[in-house]
Design a protein around this ligand. Structure first.
Ligand SMILES: NC(=O)c1ccc[n+]([C@@H]2O[C@H](COP(=O)([O-])OP(=O)(O)OC[C@H]3O[C@@H](n4cnc5c(N)ncnc54)[C@H](O)[C@@H]3O)[C@@H](O)[C@H]2O)c1
Length: 342
């Protein structure tokens, strides 16, 4: 008989954790969220009370030790992911983990080895793959609608930079922000990136530069199939969250626009205008967060492959490391250089 629900424990009840918990409770029909863990148990309790989650704990190991819990959803800070993945795999739990696994390749490799050894599933939270616009652009490439892809352009600009305290621990723009775009580049083109070349600077806030980071970047990509791409990032677009892609192929192009709160266009004597795009990722990508979690639960219950793997997360990390090296050394960097190769 097909199993109908998946018993889940969630670790982390912060910004993204509260969102996933709400989805697991109300928008993922086959999920059975039983326990919420957070070192700040008050945060877990607040969230659990609001959503009707039966139990909370301040120690994630309690979740891993429970025999009735089949899967964990990891939403704690990035610095905890590799360790929790490793322990969860050893406990035989199926794993959904927010991106990234870690900022260091050796720690990622250790965590992936633990997953492989335990034979459990690991899905990573690269939610943009589940966005309807981007999924359609991917299909246009995959189905040959635009012919052989030649050129990719990803525009990915935040409405405003994060607090400087966050910038200091974020791992930098490539690790924190562009990581999603690196994953999108591989996903949209259906092809690996072999080389990156970064031009970047500090144009939004000198404090970001003082913290050792960058806030504006163009990263060129060379794909294994010969196609080329460009990621265009800024920490501040004054008109709001700007998330668009275009792919040009031999038989046409596919492009996606921003998402807006409404489709109204106001026409007057001196201008035609519309409201600003949806302001940030929680609004812009709301549906994608629900879709990724439904697909994780389905993949576990139906024993199907997960749609975004640890290997995908590793590839995005390599690109982030290479992009920073390219900026630091002002030269194109091949990904193989970051992976022990020359
Ligand atoms: N996919 C996305 O678009 C997206 C968006 C935001 C954040 N994230 C990722 O999600 C993760 C969390 O980010 P956030 O913005 O929710 O952070 P946050 O700081 O708001 O929340 C983290 C929570 O984890 C708790 N925590 C810390 N250590 C813990 C531990 N050992 N065990 C249990 N709980 C612990 C904290 O008390 C806090 O409540 C990060 O890895 C981040 O990169 C992904």
């Amino acid at each position: 008989m097909t199993k109908t629900t998946l018993a889940i424990g969630q670790i982390g009840a912060g910004r993204i954790g509260r969102l996933h918990a709400e989805h697991l409770q109300y928008r993922v029909p086959r999920a059975d969220l039983r326990v919420l863990a957070d070192v700040n148990e008050e945060a877990a309790q607040d969230c659990a009370q609001r959503l009707g989650i039966p139990e909370t704990t301040d120690d994630y190991k309690t979740v891993l030790n429970r025999d009735d819990i089949e899967a964990v959803v990891v939403c704690s800070p990035t610095s905890t992911h590799a360790q929790i993945i490793t322990e969860a795999a050893a406990a035989g739990k199926q794993i959904f983990c927010e991106k990234p696994i870690d900022m260091r390749l050796d720690r990622v490799d250790n965590a992936l080895a633990a997953v492989e050894e335990a034979g459990v599933k690991l899905q990573m939270g690269f939610n943009r793959r589940f966005d309807a616009n981007f999924a359609r652009a991917r299909a246009a490439v995959q189905d040959g609608e635009i012919g052989k892809p030649h050129l990719l352009h990803i525009i990915s600009r935040d409405p405003a930079p994060p607090p400087i305290e966050y910038v200091k621990v974020s791992g930098g723009i490539f690790m924190d922000m562009t990581i999603h775009d690196f994953d999108m580049a591989r996903f949209l083109m259906g092809c690996e990136v072999e080389e990156v070349y970064t031009a970047a600077g500090v144009m939004v806030d000198p404090a970001i530069g003082k913290a050792g980071d960058l806030d504006t970047a163009l990263i060129t990509l060379k794909f294994a199939n010969g196609a080329i791409g460009m990621i265009d990032n800024s920490r501040e677009a004054v008109y709001g969250y700007d998330q668009r892609v275009e792919i040009l192929g031999g038989r046409g192009a596919v492009q996606t626009d921003n998402n807006y709160p409404n489709a109204a266009v106001i026409s007057g004597a001196d201008r035609v205008s519309r409201d600003l795009p949806l302001n940030f990722f929680l609004e812009r990508y709301a549906d994608s967060f629900v879709a990724e979690m439904n697909q994780f639960v389905e993949a576990v219950l139906d024993d199907a492959p997960v749609p975004v793997t640890g290997v995908d997360a590793r590839a995005a990390l390599l690109m982030a490391l290479a992009a920073r090296k390219s900026y630091d050394e002002n030269r194109p960097v091949r990904l193989s250089e970051m992976d022990g190769g020359g």
